[in-house]
Design a protein around this ligand. Structure first.
Ligand code: KIV
Length: 286
């Protein structure tokens, strides 16, 4: 489907969407080519998530991914999608040692990648960092609910906020982040009643990832959307599968090379005839 070219999408557009009840689609993205396609398809917001650790690098958790690597990916996405709102992701360990370390690493991410905002998986003690960054003019998205970097303490990749007390804790953490200056909240894997309460309690936009319909924007991992991963979380919509089409092209390529049909004449770079003749006689020692 042809869509009009995407106008520059900013945090103000996300705020306006929230005010008007318009829902905003968002996808993860990790490279220039996909960013260009997503930009052309009209996806207004892209998250260069640390889920790159899983879908690009094959790790079983997001813990091993390095800040420098994520900065490179984020800069590539920025180049591919100049009008999208590009969200950089702060990886495990990059904001935990101190406020100073967090500020320094976020400044590197913003300066070197050109992202519009940064996402941080937050605990309560991130409030001073969020405030320092907000005072410095950095838009921070506070990631709550399932925080994959905390898989050790959460005891696995499980939905969060499923008891009344846990739900209240998420609502109060979200309010704390807003009070500290967060520009938006991202809620991952929480029941709809929890995101609804967060959305009603806050003035800032709420981005959901498996968090029900009340959220203002919805993000899923692109590799899950395309069904390139071996299994997908239940909240990923079923919109088709790229896997079979890609496999078909790959197996045809294998057949073409094995059968000697590729490369054919039309794939060759030729020499000008005079150079070809000169080369042929040189080879013969003439
Ligand atoms: O890294 C990521 O892709 C994320 C989303 C799942 C929200 O944090």
């Amino acid at each position: 489907m042809n869509r009009p070219p995407l106008q520059r999408f900013t945090l103000n557009d996300l705020r306006a969407a929230r005010a008007h009840g318009h829902k905003v689609p968002m996808l993860t993205c990790y490279d220039y080519t996909s960013a260009k396609l997503m930009h052309e398809a009209g996806v207004p917001m892209l998250l260069v998530g640390d889920s790159a650790a899983n879908v690009l690098l094959g790790h079983t958790s997001t813990i091993p991914i390095q800040l420098d690597f994520l900065i490179e990916l984020t800069a590539a996405v920025r180049r591919g999608a100049p009008n999208c709102l590009v969200m950089g992701d702060m990886p495990f360990g990059s904001t935990h040692a101190s406020v100073e370390q967090g500020v320094m690493n976020v400044v590197r991410m913003v300066q070197l990648s050109g992202c519009d905002c940064v996402k941080i998986e937050v605990a309560e003690d991130h409030a001073p960092l969020v405030k320092r960054l907000a005072d410095a003019g950095v838009a921070v998205v506070a990631h709550l609910g399932l925080r994959p970097q905390s898989v050790g303490v959460l005891g696995g990749y499980k939905a969060q906020g499923r008891s009344a007390a846990a739900a209240m804790a998420i609502v109060s953490a979200a309010m704390n982040m807003q009070a500290s200056g967060a520009a938006a909240v991202l809620l991952e894997a929480v029941p709809p009643i929890v995101s609804e309460c967060v959305a009603q309690s806050l003035d800032i936009p709420v981005i959901g990832c498996g968090a029900g319909p009340a959220c203002d924007a919805h993000v899923v991992v692109a590799h899950d959307l395309f069904k390139l991963t071996s299994s997908q979380p239940k909240f990923v919509p079923d919109l088709g599968s790229l896997g079979p089409a890609v496999k078909q092209i790959l197996s045809r390529y294998v057949d073409e090379v094995a059968a000697g049909r590729y490369p054919a004449t039309e794939h060759n770079y030729e020499m000008p005839p005079a150079e070809r003749d000169a080369f042929t006689s040189a080879r013969k020692g003439g």
